[in-house]
Design a protein around this ligand. Sequence first.
Ligand SMILES: [Zn+2]
Length: 204
Amino acid sequence: MLRVLAAALLAVAAQPLAAREIAIDIRVAGAARITSETMDRATALASNVLRASGLEPRWIDCRGDRAAAEACQRPGASNEFIVTILPAQPDPDSCVCGIAQRPLDGTPGSFITIYGECVRNGANAFRIDAGTVLSVTIVHEIGHLLLQRGHAFAGIMRARLDAVDWARAERGVLLFSSSQAARLRAAARARQVVAAATASPDGS
Ligand SMILES: [Zn+2]
């Protein structure tokens, strides 16, 4: 999870070297009021951060009346992340903007919930654009689904980002570390193998 309205120590994220990119799908759905400008900014920033780690995202917009599209109706693929943006946190005192659902049986998780009001509050608190907060929240939660549970002391997987982190995020340089990026690629590659096996049950 990502708590937005909190300050912590200075973070410096290592610049990872991108390897051959591995495709992932990110389906975005939900009823929160997110402007096209915010969504475009978020997807552009998030794409750059993911690419820096060797992942190539394909965005599937299922918000509003696009939810009826075929790509939004089918079950999620193994290398697909389904992001639902809800209007507000059920707990008004919570500063958690995003939650990744990791199945208890250890299978790879795919579902992420993000709270639009929290994103806007975080943007206002740190005087940055909501697209930046949304991008970091999406990428951070994808990190939770591909990496081990828990947080890091620096970079985009910190539990609480401070003003310096958000300034880096705005410039698109709040990243995964090189070791995190390697683990991201390995986890995404493993999901691709599962997808291939599912499409071809005899393994051919
Ligand atoms: Zn987290």
